[in-house]
Design a protein around this ligand. Structure first.
Ligand SMILES: NC(=O)c1ccc[n+]([C@@H]2O[C@H](COP(=O)([O-])OP(=O)(O)OC[C@H]3O[C@@H](n4cnc5c(N)ncnc54)[C@H](O)[C@@H]3O)[C@@H](O)[C@H]2O)c1
Length: 355
């Protein structure tokens, strides 16, 4: 069995640096190269994280035979082109969320993976957020009974991130709808816990960031399997701190998880002490706070898991089909808000992509 994965990271942004730190901290991973259009930034970043090679053109990085896997952390518009090129050269890919801006792009990426031997994982980082992992674990062990309603939100103030209307920021792209760009975190979280939604109805407005080319607030109602109803709220103009408050309602209890809170809030009747987690006296009117570590961008968890999958030659945890299904569910909501009617969601054409 191989002992180490050699990485190249495409982009030297803060998020890319978080991936580089995670690679640096993993004894089975090594950062070989950094690429960024801004070569000086790439050099500074490579020095910071001990990478020997620096590139301005990602295709040259892909030609480096020493590199086994790449992390693609460039603007969403570039995910398809870079992923397809990397897979064609036999490099495994960890591609940042959202997988791509259209389902057709996702399909092209799935095809590229299918055509070769390299693996593609999508960086849906909430699947590594300790509070969300703990909530999923409790739900799958039946601790709150049968789910009937799930909700999540992505509330963030982008006014400073996207700059002035004249700023040439890649997030100011009509194709980069916030419900996909940021909302994919919340939609993916609900899909991970409740399965693939089959229909969506959404409403949207643009009362905060009026100079953006897209609506900045969307509320989507989803039909999940087993008659579970879901709601996702996304705002990129709200005046509050960043949050992904998510609530899971079951027949025996309720869990509130927020990636900015160091505990889960759980309501449940009659927890046995044998549960090991809760006071036997807990009732549904008294919240139990279950401590979780606060790590809302757990790139270490993600890189460690991806590296392990590659070394053990097992399927990746968040497959290309998973990433594409989240894009389908997000874009369905965008389409519904624009059309003013429910939209059916289809996944059959995405199946069979991942190794
Ligand atoms: N998982 C998360 O929570 C999370 C958080 C932030 C961003 N993201 C995602 O990460 C990606 C990058 O976002 P960001 O906020 O870091 O972006 P950013 O705008 O801060 O940085 C993008 C970097 O990519 C470089 N770049 C652009 N085109 C390039 C090219 N052709 N070749 C090489 N480098 C190029 C730019 O020079 C810049 O340094 C996006 O897909 C975004 O959606 C994910």
């Amino acid at each position: 069995m191989r002992q180490r994965i050699n990485y190249g990271v495409i982009s030297a942004s803060n998020m890319a640096r978080s991936h580089m730190k995670a690679i640096q901290d993993n004894p089975n991973a090594r950062l070989v190269a950094v690429c960024d259009l801004d070569l000086a930034k790439a050099k500074r970043t490579a020095d910071l994280f001990g990478a020997d090679q620096v590139y301005q053109d990602y295709r040259q990085l892909l030609d480096n035979a020493a590199i086994d896997a790449v992390v693609i952390c460039t603007p969403d518009q570039l995910h398809r082109e870079m992923t397809v090129a990397a897979l064609a050269r036999g490099k495994h890919v960890l591609c940042e969320k959202p997988m791509a801006l259209t389902v057709a792009d996702c399909q092209a990426m799935i095809e590229a993976e299918r055509a070769g031997k390299a693996r593609l994982m999508i960086g849906q980082i909430c699947r590594y957020t300790p509070g969300f992992v703990a909530a999923k674990d409790l739900i799958s062990r039946g601790k709150i009974g049968e789910l009937f309603f799930v909700e999540s939100e992505y509330a963030h103030d982008y006014s400073r991130i996207v700059g002035s209307p004249t700023a040439d920021h890649w997030r100011r792209d009509p194709l980069r709808h916030p419900f996909l760009g940021g909302g994919c975190h919340a939609v993916d979280l609900l899909r991970w816990i409740a399965g693939n939604p089959t229909e969506v109805t959404a409403y949207a407005n643009r009362k905060m960031l009026r100079d953006m080319p897209t609506d900045d607030c969307t509320i989507a109602i989803y039909k999940f399997p087993d008659e579970v109803i879901g709601k996702v709220f996304v705002s990129i103009g709200c005046k509050r701190n960043y949050t992904m408050r998510s609530v899971f309602y079951g027949s025996k209890g309720t869990i509130i998880a927020d990636n900015t809170t160091p505990h889960l809030t759980i309501f449940k009747d009659g927890f046995a002490a044998a549960d090991g987690l809760f006071d036997a006296a807990a009732t549904h009117t008294v919240p139990v706070l279950l401590p979780v570590s606060l790590n809302n961008h757990n790139t270490s968890g993600e890189i460690n898991d991806f590296t392990r999958c590659l070394l053990e030659d097992t399927a990746v945890t968040t497959s290309s089909v998973e990433g594409a299904s989240t894009v389908e569910a997000c874009l369905g909501a965008v389409k519904s808000a624009a059309a003013g009617k429910p939209v059916a969601l289809q996944y059959a054409h995405l199946q069979g992509g991942s190794l």
